[in-house]
Ligand binder design. Sequence first.
Ligand code: ADP
Ligand code: MG
Length: 590
Amino acid sequence: MSVNLASARLWRGVPQAIAAIIAVVALAFVVPADGYYLNILMQAVTYAIAVSGLVVVLGYCGQISIAQAAFFGLGAYGVAIGMVDFHLGFFPAWLCGIGVAGILGLILGLGSLRLGGHYLAMVTISFQQILTLFLTNWLSFTHGPDGIRDIPRPSLGPISFAGGHAFLALCMVTLVIVTLAVWRLKTGRLGRAMQAVRDNELAASTCGIDVFGTKVIAFGLSAVLGGIGGGLFAGGFQYISPDQFSFGESIVLLTMALLGGVQSPFGSLVGTLVLIILPEWLRFLKQIYLAVYGAAVILIMVFLPDGLWGLMLDRVRKRAKPILGEVEKLPLLTQTGQESAEIVLEVKELAKHFGGLKALDGISLKVRRGSVHALIGPNGSGKSTFINVITGLYKPTAGQVLFAGQDITHEQPHLRNRAGLARTFQNIRVWRGMTVLENVMVGGERPGNDVAEDAALVVERALAALDFVGLRGDAHRMVGDLSYGHQRYVEIARALAATPKTLLLDEPAAGLNLTEKHELGELLRRLKGHGLTILIIDHDMKLVEQVADHITVLNFGRRIADGLPREVLNHPDVIAAYLGEPQEAAGVVA
Ligand code: ADP
Ligand code: MG
């Protein structure tokens, strides 16, 4: 790519960002000098920065954190202790607070995120309580429950932020930068990886995404954003105390994020403003104001699951015209070759036991380069288990898996994908919060792929893959809006965009109607024509017969036949195995 193009991309959006910054600085200075409005705005702006951290960790990555007030507090105490007790400048003290928040966030994340589930929520609740105890009781360091007063405000060269308006301007500029950064994160490679993890972890890991690493980064970023907001809060109010960073405040921050819409930093901004201004508006209600306020929040959350911002976006989307894909054909690059004797995938004596059930019982199999190898067998014979062990989702009980000359038996799923193994799932696993194009782009972005480092080439590759499966015109639709069969094609395109050395298809015909099955057969023949190495699992004989060069048959976790299609399909054991399923048996004998 030319340097010009690269720098153009780098500068894209920068003029708008500068305009936004100038606008908010001007805005900060038109606020009435009355302390009341300044305080409300200062609170809203610093909170909104912390809430945007929740957009990253919860909205993008799907991990529940209930300690955002704790990270906010770490930033605030960093500024307060750093300036008052250690006589640091505001900015170095702020950096210390942000650093401590970020490091503690990483440690918590590393310790809890591997466990999956809602462990992060539990761990962050405990962390929140421990920090409160710590802030309240370590008198000599934190000044205890009385808090820290007279926190100075900074100056930067000739610019002084001592006045309320100037400091509010600093907070608002920071908010603009943070909001734009979080917004851009969503449409970048890391943001897409986070959303893939949120929508379906298994699919993310088999598309080359380091699920654990991605979650840790998301949580670390959210802690840093909490710290940034907290440091400004301390400078803004010039007085802090432990009760401002309690568990209750974490819940308030979480509510702000959910109320506005946790999928977007603009949503969190709306949520924060509403939750800070609403109580002020409702004050005239006197005694019942808290009840009305609570009821309003509950009603909004129940009736608008995507928050206030989600509602606005829906309106906009309904009015937008659908974007049509361009028509010119794009070549799809695949790692292909003439069918040859070279073995790409070799499985030796593979076993997988679930308690007493031997789902796989010593399976050996060799897949030759450029061939279509079918693995068939009745329901429950161990086919999906086989693919799950090969792709690293299950650990084998015994045996060995060699891929492209490497022993990958104990490799993690995302590293197997990076080595060139791509798959689809029997039960479709697409990322529903993303568009068709974004789903396929993640496939193309697997580290090590030829286009992975260049966003424009990733888009091109993804469009080429969509073109190949006939869905280019649907690129900008949400993937959940497609029919079941087309969602399956999205999975295939996602796998193809990764330029796999071998494609594993787990029952691609499952759940398709007759027309769709016919289309699938056609698609498979085109893939075969490309010379891609494919391991296809199915129990639909007719489909397999059309495309397979080689067939292996499983029954009750054992290999009962292996060889050329004609020999295998007429093998007496195979016929017997399928007699339990009359329609399939007819397929075999025919
Ligand atoms: P197929 O894909 O050939 O229909 P599977 O590989 O899904 O069959 O299943 C093979 C056997 O292993 C079945 O008896 C199934 O119930 C069992 N099985 C599969 N996955 C698990 C699991 N995660 N835990 C326990 N049993 C499992
Ligand atoms: Mg299966």
